[in-house]
Design a protein around this ligand. Structure first.
Ligand code: ZN
Length: 135
């Protein structure tokens, strides 16, 4: 079955958002990390079927900061796992879907990923993660 990897929510202040998700909703906070490469600080709450990721921009010039300034806090993107990212991107491109990354990026943990533009995805930024084979 296809898997939702995570849902990302952009917030102005990660520390201020943690008590709601952790203490009031009772979600388990797995980790908080700075991701300098993407100019964000993130917190992950693993849940059955996927994670909730809070994202706080750390540089006012970053794409996430501009998103926050334009639209305010809220849903930033959803991330869906695929088995063959290259093939998926090729198929999407051939279908006229607007891609932000036409070839995959590689995360610090080796995960390959790419984003689909919200214009082609009914207003939602969609991230595709390539599921490691065998998992
Ligand atoms: Zn993501």
């Amino acid at each position: 079955m296809p898997r939702l990897n995570h849902v990302a929510i952009v917030v102005e202040d990660l520390e201020a958002a943690l008590p709601f998700f952790r203490d009031l909703l009772g979600l388990p906070l797995a980790r908080v990390a700075d991701v300098p490469a993407e100019q964000v600080r993130v917190a992950f709450f693993p849940m059955e079927g996927g994670e909730i990721e809070l994202v706080q921009p750390t540089d006012p010039e970053s794409g996430v900061a501009k998103f926050l300034a334009r639209r305010g806090p809220g849903l930033h993107h959803i991330c869906v796992e695929v088995e063959d990212l290259d093939g998926t991107l090729k198929r999407l491109k051939e279908a006229g879907v607007q891609l932000i990354h036409e070839s995959p990026l590689v995360g610090s943990d080796g995960t390959r990923y790419a984003f689909i533009h919200p214009r082609s995805a009914f207003g939602v930024l969609v991230e595709l993660y390539e599921r490691a084979s065998g998992s």
